[in-house]
Design a protein around this ligand. Structure first.
Ligand code: DAT
Ligand code: MG
Length: 149
């Protein structure tokens, strides 16, 4: 089953939107595989956002991500990577589709509420960075056959 890494960023946590994000992913039919509420260190944030090192927004991005706790999760399901990116919406909230989280709750790219892996390959790397294998729960739901074809 395809898996993807999601985290509710510090603004989403501070604004009390953890439950909203989880509710939307559950409602979509995705299955939770792991969850961890944590304070990210500067070093860890640098590892997660290594691809953005050197970009003009990098320092502010790291300061934002470590400014309060985050809620990190692994979600799984058919086309999980693409489906979760769609539920989150485009990076810039003013370009995010109506009905997406970034549209419905965001205004600025530097306060865009959530992270979601952008490819299956990156999802694997990010899940390995954020979670130990033993923290992932392998389980089935009785409704799975009504969600996964
Ligand atoms: P996404 O979070 O949609 O995967 P990304 O990987 O391109 O987007 O960038 C990571 C985060 O960095 C993004 O959520 C917000 C910030 N960011 C990206 N591009 C930016 C820009 N041009 N100005 C300010 N912040 C930016
Ligand atoms: Mg990204």
């Amino acid at each position: 089953m395809e898996q993807t890494l999601v985290f509710v960023k510090p603004d989403g946590v501070q604004r009390g939107l953890i439950g909203e994000v989880i509710a939307r992913l559950e409602r979509r039919g995705l299955r939770l595989a792991a969850a961890k509420f944590m304070q990210v260190t500067e070093e860890f944030a640098g590892q997660h956002y290594a691809i953005h090192q050197g970009k003009p927004f990098y320092d502010k991005l790291i300061a934002y991500i470590i400014s309060a706790p985050v809620m990190a999760m692994v979600w799984e399901g058919s086309n999980a990577v693409e489906a979760v990116r769609q539920t989150m919406g485009a990076t810039r909230p003013t370009e995010a589709a109506p009905g997406s989280i970034r549209h419905d709750f965001g205004l600025e790219i530097g306060r865009n509420l959530t992270h979601a892996s952008d490819s299956v390959e990156n999802a694997k790397q990010e899940i390995a960075l954020w979670f130990k294998p033993g923290e992932l729960v392998s389980w089935q739901r009785s409704i799975d056959e009504w969600v996964f074809e």
